[in-house]
Design a protein around this ligand. Structure first.
Ligand code: COA
Ligand code: AMP
Length: 629
């Protein structure tokens, strides 16, 4: 038996021993005496009697071990022209003082703090400071609109919101304060206080009585310290909202102990990183990849994390990632395939990469969306290092399927992120719940329990957790991905089985977009599908039927719909195309044939659905697309 097979089998067959051993990588206040309690929670809880603190594991333990002078965080911001780095001791002191600021604002263990900030070190300081106090952070990505932020404020009910005056996109400055003001005005829950980081690029006016200036509070707390609060391993570290099948986001809860164990294990075994080395994860702290592999995992193992405020292209050019790698001695880069496609489009010959010393780079990791083989091959040839796909979800917090190169590097099969990681008993089931034969497409599920690090539930929504993930296939967690496992045990993820689409590595709900479009006064009904896009993987396209009697120009209404989605969901939805049609194709029972619409839009072969009510409706879809092209 190969080392990987043995490892994976042990993780499932001798769960207690495997995970208690893995738990030794974490510094516990009270080490767990057992790994798993099957009687707690919806499917059991990990390390039920462990007591721990995530900030202690990210910072204090390394300072205590004499590594305080080592670099913990490198901030590299081509959009502002600034760079800064923090040692472990420096960052610990910063976090310790800022935790005192939060305490003064009334934040205590279990309280929520919403963080709506760009990719600046202070955002991480805020996250670690929450962890230090045992408070629960909930970071909201800057590309979401005020209405989305309001939903998250209402669900998480934060005591305090941390924000900045602006984010910087290549073509514009994003003023956060007006968005936050609108969100707080719209939300039923009102936070007690807002702490705002002024950025010189665009300052904001503070709202008296509610808002505090970050720098002023921080300066007043100079020299103050706070201890790391002992929390139960099962206490939440954060809530991270992600798209569900409706416009109401799902608040994924991450518990503390299991997450630390999973991150420590994966940082070494999956990403092959050692203490003291630099890791560059080019995601955003608003996404799960950022939470796990920018903010927490690199520091938990005593490595250096690179926080990059910029884009893969245009800030200033397609060599930006290669510059960061060479300048900071990065040994592994983690990004989304979209970013590679963007770089390749601008610099197909890879001329930019040749300008830099990339000799320390050992591997490139890709996740967030299906890794297209041409991009993988292009990057392998260009960089001369393994390009490793890995697949996971906001819900799992760390890879479900990966190539564990730090443990045993398995041969790559293009199109597959390789094999299940420890604790993940991945199966493929038919819609009827039977195990699908090897190589046959079906529903990718994970036999319960999920491993440490995965969500125990949704915030304030245990029933939704059960119905969304556990009820579909009793005894299994439903990933809502379709795919297959081949004869060698390699897992292939092919498509989502729900209405989630993946745009530039960002997960979006077409159902959520349809809810917004349907609120337009002239719209009778609509369907949004993800149309194949060379750069972003998928791009949302809306087909709209107007109400009878509406005699305004369709082009005007289409423009309003595009603006409405941007205003309600945010620029991140990248919704740019609304097309008016007379009718939508439906089955005789009234179900919109979104799958067929998508195939037509993608120019794929499609079969006339047997249940279609009126086949001519499909011609209309084709005509609308042809007219737009
Ligand atoms: N705050 C505010 N707005 C944001 C934002 C943020 N943090 N991030 C993105 N946006 C905006 C963009 O400015 C853009 O607005 P526009 O419509 O005015 O141009 C819109 O949201 C869509 O953004 P995006 O889909 O990222 O497209 P882009 O054209 O700006 O950039 C890429 C294209 C390929 C460079 C970019 O998508 C990218 O870097 N992708 C990699 C994604 C990634 O790492 N995902 C993490 C998952 S692991
Ligand atoms: P998110 O929760 O935003 O991380 O999105 C999770 C979804 O993205 C998964 O359910 C998959 O559909 C998709 N995904 C993520 N990584 C990959 C990958 N490496 N290959 C294929 N699909 C992926």
């Amino acid at each position: 038996m190969g080392a990987y097979e043995d490892l994976h089998a042990r993780s499932l067959e001798d769960r207690e021993a495997f995970w208690l051993e893995a738990a030794r990588a974490v510094d516990w206040f009270e080490p767990p005496t057992r790994a798993f309690d099957p009687d707690q929670g919806a499917y059991g809880r990990w390390f039920p009697d462990g007591v721990v603190n995530a900030c202690h594991n990210a910072l204090d333990r390394h300072v205590d071990a004499g590594r305080g002078g080592q670099t913990a965080l490198i901030y590299d911001s081509p959009v502002t022209g600034s760079k800064r780095s923090y040692t472990y001791a420096g960052l610990r002191d910063e976090v310790s003082a800022f935790a005192a600021v939060l305490q003064d604002l009334g934040v205590a263990k279990g309280d929520r703090v919403v963080i709506y900030m760009p990719m600046v070190p202070e955002a991480l300081v805020g996250m670690y400071a929450c962890a230090r106090l045992g408070a629960i952070h909930s970071v909201v990505f800057g590309g979401f609109a005020a209405a989305e932020l309001a939903k998250r404020i209402d669900d998480a009910a934060p005591k305090v919101v941390l924000t900045a005056s602006c984010g910087i996109e290549p073509t514009r400055k994003v003023a956060y304060k007006p968005l936050l003001d609108q969100a707080i005005a719209a939300a039923s829950h009102k936070p007690d206080a807002v702490v705002l980081l002024q950025r010189p690029e665009l300052e904001a006016e503070l709202t008296p009585g509610r808002d505090h200036d970050w720098a002023a509070l921080r300066a007043a707390a100079e020299g103050r310290t706070t201890d790391c609060a002992p929390v139960a391993a099962t206490d939440p570290l954060y809530i991270l909202y992600t798209s569900g099948t409706t416009g109401t986001p799902k608040g994924v809860v991450r518990d503390t102990g299991g997450y630390l164990v999973a991150l420590a294990w994966s940082m070494k075994a999956v990403y092959g990183l050692n203490p003291g080395e630099a890791f560059f994860c080019a995601s955003d702290i608003g996404w799960v990849v950022g939470h796990s592999y920018i903010v927490y995992a690199p520091l938990i193992i005593g490595a250096t994390t690179v926080l990059y405020e910029g884009k893969p292209v245009g800030t200033p050019d397609a060599g930006a990632f290669w510059r960061v790698i060479s300048e900071h001695g990065v040994v592994a880069l983690f990004t989304a395939p979209t970013a590679l496609r963007a770089i390749r489009k601008e610099d197909p010959e890879g001329r930019e990469a040749r300008k830099y010393d990339l000799s320390r780079l050992r591997a490139l990791f890709l996740a967030g969306e299906r890794a297209d083989p041409p991009s993988i091959q292009w990057a392998e040839t260009l960089l001369g290092v393994p390009v490793i796909d890995n697949c996971w979800q906001t819900e799992t917090g760390w890879p479900i399927v990966a190539n564990p190169i730090g443990f045993e590097r398995l041969p790559v099969k293009l199109g597959s992120p390789t094999v299940p990681m420890p604790g993940y008993d991945v199966r493929v089931l038919t819609d009827e719940g039977h195990e699908a034969p090897r190589g046959t497409l079906g529903n990718i599920v994970i036999r319960l329990p999920l491993p440490p690090g995965c969500l125990p539930t949704l915030w304030n929504a245990d029933d939704r957790f059960r119905s969304a993930y556990l009820d579909g296939f009793p005894g299994y967690y439903q990933t809502s991905d379709a795919g297959f496992v081949d004869e060698d045990g390699y897992v292939f993820f092919m498509a989502r089985t729900d209405d989630i689409i993946n745009v530039a590595g960002h997960r979006l709900s077409t159902g959520g977009m349809e809810e917004v479009i349907a609120s337009h006064p002239d719209v009778a009904e609509c369907a949004v599908v993800g149309v194949a896009d060379q750069l972003k993987g998928q791009s949302p396209t809306g087909f709209v039927v107007l109400k009878a009697g509406v005699d305004r120009t369709p082009a005007d209404i289409e423009r309003e719909i595009v603006a409405l989605v941007r205003d309600r969901i945010g620029p991140v939805a990248a919704f740019k195309t609304a097309l008016t049609v007379q009718r939508l194709p439906k089955t005789r029972s009234g179900k919109i044939l979104r799958g067929t619409i998508q195939k037509i839009a993608d120019g794929e072969d499609w079969a006339m659905p047997a249940t279609i009510e009126d086949p001519t409706t499909l011609d209309e879809i084709g005509d609308a697309l042809a007219a737009r092209r």
